[in-house]
Design a protein around this ligand. Structure first.
Ligand SMILES: [Fe+2]
Length: 134
């Protein structure tokens, strides 16, 4: 199972954002653990629901931070967040409707890990660098 521990390569340098990213990674690791220990799909669904709520909260905070700092690439960044929220919701609906299995949970989890790490290292990192240059 995939497990990704927090490391400095993921830091954006924005304390609040990094703290929230750590929480998201922790929850994805929880899903890996639930699959590994065969804790059942209910635990996975509960964690996915938490991730949906927490992502909403986190993206709102991140975008607010960008507005406060006049970030010129905010529209593009918001678009990426929105696309992710749409995909996430679709995946979770399918996961619940199609009979949730641990195998399916594994592919959902891998997608989420990939997206999050790529997003953090890519566009969130770029925002962090923008702030440092201000
Ligand atoms: Fe972001």
């Amino acid at each position: 199972m995939v497990k990704i521990e927090w490391n400095d390569g993921l830091a954006t340098g924005i304390e609040l954002v990094d703290k929230q990213h750590k929480m998201l990674l922790e929850k994805l690791n929880d899903i890996s653990e639930a699959i590994e220990n065969q804790m059942g799909v209910d635990v996975i669904i509960k964690t996915l629901d938490f991730i949906v709520d927490y992502t909403d909260f986190h993206f709102t905070d991140e975008e607010k931070h960008m507005i406060e700092h006049d970030y010129p690439r905010i529209e593009y960044h918001k678009k990426m967040h929105k696309e992710f929220v749409d995909t996430l919701n679709k995946m979770i609906t399918e996961f619940k409707e199609d009979g949730a299995t641990e195998r399916l949970a594994e592919s959902v989890n891998i997608y989420l890990f990939n997206w999050l790490v790529t997003h953090i290292k890519g566009v969130d990192g770029a925002y962090g660098r923008y702030l440092k240059e201000l």
